[in-house]
Each structure stands twice: as structure tokens, then as C-alpha cells.
Design a protein around this ligand. Structure first.
Ligand code: HEC
Length: 204
């Protein structure tokens, strides 16, 4: 009886000794660290061997991310006029692209500009926004270049859509807006492009 009691106290003592040295603020022992500590360099690890001491590097200067292309026409009247005059749609006008453009238009533009592009969207009818023009407004005489410019940079109360759509999508909507303009003016609809190569480098 006494003997087993002494054993018990001894046992408790050992546990006490072991746990009292355990420091919670430090990592515990690792028995097989191979799985935790990779042999390869860690992405954001600090290593003297690399320039700036880190494995992850900044992109090469002037590199551009996928699906985004630099746009050189400035957000002012000169930029607008230049784009209006010379900028052309690089995306092929195919039936598939027409359908995609129409879908995007209904999502992003129709609330103000109306499904037909006559400037009488839902928000205009409810008098939530004023001054939305019809696409056949003769004073504006929009072109594919000016349409792209306007959705890229925004214009007065209309915001920019450059961060919501890819470059290719902006051009798809532009095709559709030009079609709405033509039909508002009572013009003939364009033939779909079967031969022209799609020069757009943009990915979705
Ligand atoms: C919140 C309402 C609203 C939405 C949504 C909107 N617009 Fe506009 N848009 C306007 C207003 C207001 C103007 C007139 C701005 C001005 O010139 O004062 C305008 C003007 C324009 C013009 C004529 C610009 C010029 O050259 O004079 C085009 C083209 C146009 N929008 C295209 C679009 C397209 C394409 C979309 C969808 C991607 C879109 N808008 C979404 C309100 C809107």
C-alpha cells in the first residue's frame, strides 16, 4: 500500500518536472521536421543568396498583367478626340461576339442607356439620373474609338468600366453600342465578319 503510494507520488513528480519546463510561447519539439521544413526555398522566405534577400521577386519593370493592355489615350478632351478619330476595334465582329456584347450591355449599360440605346433606361425613367444621351445623338457623333474611350475612362456622371470588364469585353460592348446606334438611325445591320482575324490579345 505504502509502496504503491510512493510510486504514485514519484510518477506525479516526473510529470510535474516534464511539464514545468514546457514554454508555451515557444514552438514545441519536432520529431520529424522533414515535412515541416521544406528543402526548397519558400516563396516569401528570406535568403541572402537572392537579390534583395527574398525569394519572391517583383515583376520585371514595365511588365503588364494578363488580360490587361496599356491604354495611351489620356482622360481629357484631347485624348477623347484622338481616340474618336483613330482608335479601331481589334475584336472580330462575329455572331458569337455580338451575342456576348449584347449580354454585357444588358448587364452594365441598359439600366441607364436603355435596351435600345435611346437613353431611356430604367434609372432614367425613374428620374434617378439625368442627361443620358441616345446613341444616335448627332451632336456627339460617337465612333467605336470614342465609345471605347468613354467606357474605359468614364465621362462626367458616367463611371469607368475598365476595372469591371476585361479589355476584350470592353471592345465587345463597343461593337454592340455601334449596332444600337445604327439601328436607332434606321441603318442596315452589319454583316458578321468571317475572314477578319481577331487581333485582340486579351484573355478573359
Ligand atoms: C449610371 C448610368 C450610366 C450607365 C450605367 C452607363 N452610362 Fe453611358 N452615359 C451616362 C451619362 C449620364 C452620359 C452622358 C455623360 C455626359 O457627357 O455628360 C453617358 C454617355 C455615354 C456615351 C456618349 C459619350 C460621348 O461620347 O459623348 C456612351 C457611348 C456611353 N455612355 C456608353 C455607355 C456604355 C457602353 C455603358 C456600359 C458599359 C454605359 N454607358 C453605362 C450614364 C450611364
Amino acid at each position: 500500500m505504502i509502496k504503491s503510494g510512493a510510486k504514485f507520488i514519484f510518477f506525479i513528480g516526473i510529470i510535474g518536472l516534464l511539464t514545468s519546463c514546457f514554454d508555451k510561447s515557444k514552438p514545441n519539439y519536432q520529431y520529424f521536421p522533414d515535412m515541416y521544413e521544406p528543402v526548397s526555398y519558400e516563396t516569401y522566405g528570406e535568403y541572402e543568396i537572392f537579390q534583395e534577400g527574398q525569394q519572391a521577386m517583383e515583376p520585371v519593370k514595365e511588365s503588364i498583367s494578363r488580360g490587361w493592355l496599356p491604354y495611351d489615350y489620356e482622360d481629357n478632351l484631347d485624348g477623347y478626340n484622338l481616340a474618336k478619330e483613330e482608335l479601331k476595334n481589334p475584336v472580330a465582329y462575329t455572331e458569337e461576339n455580338y451575342n456576348k456584347g449584347s449580354e454585357l450591355y444588358d448587364i452594365y449599360c441598359a439600366t441607364c442607356h436603355g435596351k435600345k440605346g435611346n437613353g431611356k433606361g430604367y434609372l432614367v425613367e425613374r428620374e434617378k439620373i439625368l442627361g443620358v444621351p441616345s446613341y444616335d445623338d448627332a451632336g456627339r457623333a460617337i465612333t467605336e474609338g470614342s465609345v471605347y474611350h468613354v467606357i474605359y475612362h468614364g465621362i462626367n456622371t458616367m463611371g469607368s468600366y475598365a476595372s469591371q470588364m476585361s479589355n476584350e469585353e470592353l471592345w465587345l460592348v463597343t461593337h454592340y453600342v455601334m449596332d444600337l446606334k445604327t439601328s436607332l438611325e434606321g441603318g442596315e445591320s452589319r454583316e458578321f465578319d468571317k475572314t477578319r482575324e481577331d487581333k485582340s490579345q486579351a484573355t478573359e
